[in-house]
Design a protein around this ligand. Structure first.
Ligand code: AKG
Ligand code: FE2
Length: 328
């Protein structure tokens, strides 16, 4: 179906207004735009990213997701995965979480590890084995999306280095492609016609460093508006990717970068009658990275970590970067 045929996000719902960051300007080192990114990352921790050039690549990722989920049950069973979060993939075929639900009622995930994409055509670091259609699409679909998402992340991390007073390239070294990490692409399908307001992903912060959400125009993401107990929708806007800071960057920055609580409901209004597809990319630190405030590298971070509390404060403790091991 063409996107134009999908109903618009309802006009009468309160939405959180996110800053819009122009990636092309960030790439060109535009001071004003870097300030805009910094403002967004240190306040709400969510922003829209435009002019990133990912649109066509995201489309192909959605095609890949549809193709993968339309494999036969037998094929899918053979490749059922565990992501680092313990989510079972595809339709959660082996997951208790989905027990009792019809296939048509299940949330489906297709996870592809960044390490597998970078190593391709070798499979040296493989965490998962994938159905053959995914390997067939590595060069045409998956590698371009993952590589471009990684490049965008590099530019964003460079801005954070300079604003945080870290040595140039420091954050990127903690996210080096030379080291295994839990970074991944995830395609998510939420079935159509769920009960209105049904909770899809409960309130959480993302555990990694940066998350990117590409939609086909269907809403459902809500963020807890800072300083309030109000949930506000984030409006999906064509061509705008929704980006957010995860807990790893919050820890490393001594709390300066803000990891915002969010959740996902079934798409609002008449949008609920359609399948909701999201294409995520999660950048996470290398697996050897110890997560704690980088106080010995930046005075700004040292001050922020001290301000945020006592010596036993979460920012001064060391957390290893495997996603399961820490929660802010
Ligand atoms: O699908 C979405 O809208 C966002 C999902 C999300 O919050 C996540 O994957 O961490
Ligand atoms: Fe999330």
């Amino acid at each position: 179906m063409s996107y134009a045929a999908l109903p618009e996000f309802p006009a009468d719902i309160v939405t959180e207004s996110l800053r819009v960051v122009d990636y092309e300007l960030i790439e060109n080192g535009d001071e004003k735009e870097m300030n805009m990114l910094w403002e967004a990352a240190t306040t709400l921790g969510f922003w829209y990213l435009m002019n990133h050039g990912l649109e066509q690549m995201v489309e192909k990722m959605f095609d890949m997701g549809e193709e993968t989920l339309s494999l036969t049950m037998e094929e899918k069973m053979g490749y059922e995965q565990e992501s680092p979060f313990g989510y079972a993939s595809f339709e959660g075929l082996r997951s208790k979480f989905h027990a009792g639900l019809q296939l048509s009622e299940r949330i489906a995930l297709v996870n592809i590890a960044k390490d597998d994409v970078i190593a391709w055509p070798k499979q040296v670091r493989s965490r998962c084995v994938y159905p053959s259609n995914i390997y067939e699409r590595m060069d045409s679909t998956i590698a371009p999306f993952v590589r471009k998402s990684t490049k965008i992340s590099e530019k964003i991390l460079n801005v954070f280095d300079s604003k945080l007073g870290l040595p140039e390239g420091f954050l990127n070294r903690l996210h080096s492609a030379q080291e295994p990490s839990a970074s991944e692409a995830r395609t998510i399908k939420v079935p159509k016609n769920l009960p209105a307001g049904k909770l899809i992903f409960e309130a959480h912060t993302d555990s990694g460093s940066l998350s990117y959400l590409h939609t086909r125009g269907l809403g459902g993401l809500q963020i807890l508006s800072p300083g309030t107990d109000k949930w506000h929708y984030v409006k999906p806007i064509t061509g705008y990717t929704i980006c957010n800071i995860g807990d790893a960057l919050t820890l490393l920055s001594g709390g300066i970068l803000h990891s915002c609580i969010h959740r996902v409901l079934a798409a609002p209004g008449s949008q609920v009658a359609y399948e909701r597809w999201s294409q995520m990319f999660y950048l996470r630190p290398g697996e050897s990275v110890m997560l704690h405030a980088l106080s010995d590298r930046s005075l700004l971070i040292a001050e922020a970590a001290d301000k945020s509390g006592k010596p036993e404060s979460k920012f001064n403790q060391v957390h290893i970067s495997t996603p399961r091991t820490f929660r802010l």
